[in-house]
Design a protein around this ligand. Structure first.
Ligand code: NDP
Length: 290
């Protein structure tokens, strides 16, 4: 019987810690503030932005939602970022991804003051993660995965870890965290050019799947007793579901779970952690601004 890692309850724990820190900061006259910039009308992005702003309100954080039309220019988005960089009430800025095609997302990320880059995507923060400089911001999803491993009692030190996926948002920072002096794992990063991925995965004590392909990791790829963190969020058609689809991860949960010492479900695993770590990063930014 595998240990199902309850991301919702760990996220609640993180947010409870955040509440205490918010109260302490308010006592010294600082209300942490998060600005979320949404360009366009992407329905999923709207949902994400809405839940981030709602979470801020619930916790007593200051928040600003800035919505720009789908035909906004690069200069207009940059002007908003510039204004937020100088707004003393705003400690964290994020521009919701993906923006419309006319927007150069990388240039926008580079324009954000690294001290307010709570997504952790600015090159300064990427470098700080690689350098293990704790003043930087770690991308929220991999930071959440590390916290889940810790709370589930999964020993990363000395473990063979395989991260599937090498994106800047998940795979690469995840590998850096696992191999850091805190994680101390022996890390392999797999991607679409990896040869015999199943054999690579079977070596792993810990698998982190961040691929974006529904139920890609199957039982034959997983060693008995491994811990599996499933980052994937994929919509698959399901006529029996109310919305006509259901969410599945990158791991074939039903067949993989019985082999695992610990596993995250989808939904209810990594997903709830991402927003909790965003709030934690915003509080850190506020603390460091003083
Ligand atoms: P990307 O598309 O940026 O990266 C996917 C990675 O998977 C790439 O490195 C790619 O390799 C690799 N890959 C694709 N196909 C294969 C294959 N057949 N074999 C081995 N590797 C493969 O995705 P993200 O990292 O942004 O996201 C990954 C998943 O995580 C998605 O489902 C996304 O929705 C989810 N996600 C969830 C979040 C959460 O809050 N829970 C937050 C962010 C993402 P290559 O580089 O060679 O192309």
């Amino acid at each position: 019987m595998s240990n199902i890692i309850d991301g919702k309850s760990v996220a609640e724990q993180v947010l409870a810690e955040c509440s205490e820190e918010i109260a302490a900061l308010k006592n010294v006259g600082i209300t942490p503030g998060l600005a979320v910039v949404l360009v366009g009308e992407d329905p999923a992005s709207k949902v994400y932005v809405g839940s981030k702003v709602r979470k801020c309100a619930e916790l007593g954080l200051h928040s600003r939602k800035i919505e720009l039309p789908v035909d906004a220019t690069q200069a207009e988005v940059l002007a908003v970022v510039e204004e937020l960089n100088h707004d003393p009430q705003i400690h964290g800025i994020l521009v919701q991804s993906p923006p419309p095609p006319q927007i150069d997302e990388e240039a926008i990320v580079r324009a954000i003051d690294p001290a307010k880059d709570v997504d952790g995507f600015h090159p300064t923060n990427v470098a700080k993660l690689a350098l293990e400089d704790g003043s930087g911001f770690v991308p929220c999803t991999p930071a959440g995965c590390m916290r889940l491993l810790k709370e589930a009692g999964v020993e990363t030190s000395g473990a063979e870890a395989v991260v599937i996926g090498r994106s800047m948002i998940v795979g690469k920072p995840m590998a850096l965290l696992l191999m850091s002096k805190e994680g101390n794992a022996t890390v392999t990063v797999a991607h679409s050019r990896t040869k015999d991925l199943a054999a690579v995965c079977r070596r792993a004590d810990i698998i982190v799947a961040a691929i974006g392909r529904p139920e890609f990791v199957t039982a034959d790829m997983v060693k008995e007793g491994a811990a599996v963190i499933d980052v994937g969020i994929n919509r698959v058609d399901d006529a029996t579901a109310k919305r006509g689809y259901r969410l599945v991860g990158d791991v074939a949960y039903a067949e993989v779970a019985p082999k695992c010492s610990a596993i995250t479900p989808v939904p209810g695993g990594v997903g709830p952690m991402t927003i909790a770590m965003l709030i934690a990063n915003t509080i850190k930014a506020a603390r460091q601004s003083g």
